[in-house]
Design a protein. Structure first.
Length: 96
């Protein structure tokens, strides 16, 4: 993960609206009007972030608990990649 470690906390960025539709979450950046629809795993991560700022380690544990077929190592790698992309798009920020 770029510029962070497993203990860095992440938050939903200001100006991001979201809504859950069935098992998926849709994100809208008010500034750019960009719309992103998350898959069920991404939606679980997003809902967890929306409740409270969270670290990669915590989010990977949530994913691994909800989807037992995904080991913690794989969940950690997937969460890191997902957060990197959401930070790049401006939907998530790291709490320095």
């Amino acid at each position: 993960m770029s510029n962070s470690d497993l203990a860095t906390n992440f938050d939903v960025a200001p100006g991001v609206l979201w809504e859950q539709v069935d098992v998926k979450v849709m994100l809208i950046d008010q500034a750019s009007s960009e719309l992103v629809t998350l898959n069920p795993v991404g939606s679980l991560i997003w809902r967890t972030l929306a409740e409270a700022s969270s670290s990669v380690a915590r989010l990977a544990g949530v994913v691994s608990a909800e989807f037992p077929q995904v080991g913690l190592t794989q969940a950690t790698a997937d969460v890191e990649a997902f957060l990197d992309e959401l930070v790049r798009l401006g939907f998530v920020s790291s709490a320095a």
